[in-house]
Write a new protein. Sequence first.
Length: 343
Amino acid sequence: MGLYRVAVVGGAGYAGEELVRILSRHPGVALTQLTSRMHRGERVREVISGLPGAAENLVFEEPDPSRLCEADVIFLALPHGAAAEYVVPLREAGKIVVDLSADFRLRNPRHYEADYGWEHPAPALLSKAVYALPELHRAEIRHGDLLAAPGCYPTSILLGLSPALGADWLREEEIVANSLSGTSGAGRRPEVPLLFSEMCENARPYGIPRHRHMAEMEQELDRLAGRKIDLVFIPHLIPLARGILSTIVCPLRTEIGLEEMHAHYVSFYRNDAFVRVLRLGELPAVRDVVRTNRADIGLQWDGTHRRLLVFCAIDNLGKGAAGQAVQAMNLRLGLPEEEGLLR
Ligand SMILES: NC(=O)C1=CN([C@@H]2O[C@H](COP(=O)(O)OP(=O)(O)OC[C@H]3O[C@@H](n4cnc5c(N)ncnc54)[C@H](OP(=O)(O)O)[C@@H]3O)[C@@H](O)[C@H]2O)C=CC1
Ligand SMILES: CC(=O)N[C@@H](CCC(=O)OP(=O)(O)O)C(=O)O
């Protein structure tokens, strides 16, 4: 059998470009189609530099579901709402779809409506989608035909919290997560608050009091804990192009020591190639994970207040978007999970 054919819709956006970079060097697939309405008819090399020959000679096409059906796997790197329009015909044609938008992350269409502001465009498909965070849903991803890649902030916070929630150490008090994000998280669109002159030497909170990622975090955290988790989430924009650092403060109800907690985290992720639990005393830095598909997790202990402090760094375009989506594709196609990805 030949290589799997893959297509990227939205291939000239930030997440799409990162997908193109990863997939064009991936030994298990052939990148055969890319779409961009803005760059329609242009060769890829005129828009994205430094790609291998076969990929840079592809031509950006207008997105057309019937033509996309020539591929085996279709990645959608489109804004929320727009992705669902492609998912419906592609799934009807039996294609494997990896959607990077939020359109299929939530089980409950009312939660989608509340946080995204419009009626869900294809609610019947929600129960068929898999929340494609490999470390938490590996078995379902292997059998899923509609893989909904998680948001970048939820990836960092869910990976940081899962071992603690699984161990049932937490007091029934709020967990507070502060996240710092680079500006590529907002996509490649011209907006005044994202201009260099607005963001250089600047930092600011946004998305207060309820960022739209709350719904997917609540969905997953409640499921992991088996009860309602009270999360305070405060995102900040900082002057980086890419990267996220999340600091999570967890009130504990046990007297368990830091060494034991650390050993539990190491054991929890022992089979996960893309999660690195740092040695005690080490804390993660965005610089170490940029352009990789890795999440670095560090732990600290505030004994005075009995709080576990969890720090998680990822690349929002890597483990937070394109890398994670390719990891999910690898699982679905039965390829080695790490194929084509850096750690
Ligand atoms: N940036 C990030 O860090 C992350 C992004 N994501 C998600 O990935 C998706 C893409 O994000 P990002 O790359 O940042 O966004 P961008 O704005 O950079 O890119 C989106 C692309 O989609 C194309 N597009 C827009 N509307 C349509 C449409 N109706 N039909 C077809 N193509 C369309 C545009 O290309 P053109 O107009 O040329 O067709 C554009 O290049 C979003 O859902 C985002 O939420 C997820 C995790 C992290
Ligand atoms: C800096 C910035 O603007 N970040 C984006 C999140 C990016 C991401 O992961 O989100 P979605 O896939 O859910 O869009 C935001 O706050 O909306």
